[in-house]
Design a protein around this ligand. Structure first.
Ligand SMILES: [Zn+2]
Length: 286
């Protein structure tokens, strides 16, 4: 169960008993944790240079799908707002790896700020998905909203750095995720392509729900999981679920946006038969 201990004057959330935590905590390259959370995975158990090994390497998922999505979207001439969502996905992966790899205060900020940036950018793209929304509120409203979202996310980061209100951060991200699920649902219901529909609900919402379930298992049953011969490291799997969530949500938005714009006919293609991306019918006939 989660509990909070005193860590040289600052609170540190842990998921084992204090005695068990002290028994398992090895010291490593980055010294004692200065973050406000030390996850269930035992520190420096695999490498002297990486505090939480599995929680670090699994962020490769965010980086790979984010890179692929950003390059594809850029090559296909898709609006930069969606490239930005993919760039935020890459930043989540890099920031999260820094956090889990070092367990430092600055690393934690590197993890949480991109999450806030992605959430803010994604929700603005979702609100303005139909061109009619932009025409109602004026041409520049989207741009102003994106600037506001980025300023909000960065301001929050500054406050969070100072006050370390992790619960407020987690609450905001949770409200954002639930809000986006409600906002995306009408678009998913009118989507005429069944495979894209799957992206906009089963993979986008389902990916996050599944990941959240594993995250909860990791934080509430940490002691029991460590009894296994090999800890399944559910927090590491949470990273994969979240990378599916970010990638499929953005890819769904891109497809539906093309439908609403009505200029080119979008189709869903697969990279190596696994990773979906949006292409256009004209280009695919070449
Ligand atoms: Zn993590």
């Amino acid at each position: 169960m989660p509990s909070t201990i005193d860590n040289a004057g600052t609170p540190l959330q842990i998921f084992e008993t204090h005695a068990s935590y002290l028994r398992h905590s090895k010291s490593g390259y980055w010294g004692k944790p200065t973050s406000s959370i030390d996850w269930c995975e035992h520190n420096y158990a695999v490498s002297f240079y990486i505090a939480e090994y599995y929680n670090t390497i699994t962020n490769i998922g965010f980086i790979l799908v984010g890179l692929f999505g950003a390059i594809q979207a850029y090559k296909k001439g898709i609006e930069f707002r969606f490239v930005l969502c993919y760039i935020c996905t890459i930043m989540i992966g890099i920031g999260s790896a820094l956090f889990h790899g070092t367990l430092t205060h600055v690393g934690q900020q590197g993890d949480e700020t991109p999450m806030m940036l992605f959430a803010c950018t994604f929700v603005i793209c979702l609100i303005f998905l139909k061109p009619s929304t932009e025409s109602i509120y004026g041409k520049n409203t989207f741009n102003y909203s994106i600037v506001f979202a980025v300023v909000f996310a960065l301001s929050f980061a500054v406050l969070h750095w100072h006050y370390r209100f992790v619960l407020v951060f987690q609450g905001l991200i949770g409200v954002g995720a639930v809000g986006c699920a409600f906002l995306i649902r009408p678009h998913q219901l009118i989507c005429s392509n069944p495979k894209v529909q799957m992206l906009g609900w089963h993979y986008y919402v389902g990916g996050l729900v599944f990941a959240f379930f594993l995250w909860q298992l990791d934080v509430h049953f940490c002691e029991q999981l460590h009894q296994f011969t090999f800890n399944p490291q559910f927090h590491a799997w949470w990273h994969f679920g979240c990378s599916i969530h970010c990638y499929s949500g953005t890819t769904f938005l891109i497809y539906q946006r093309q439908i609403y714009l009505g200029k080119k006919k979008p189709i869903l293609k697969y990279f190596m038969k696994v990773l979906p991306y949006v292409d256009f019918l004209e280009e695919s006939k070449e």
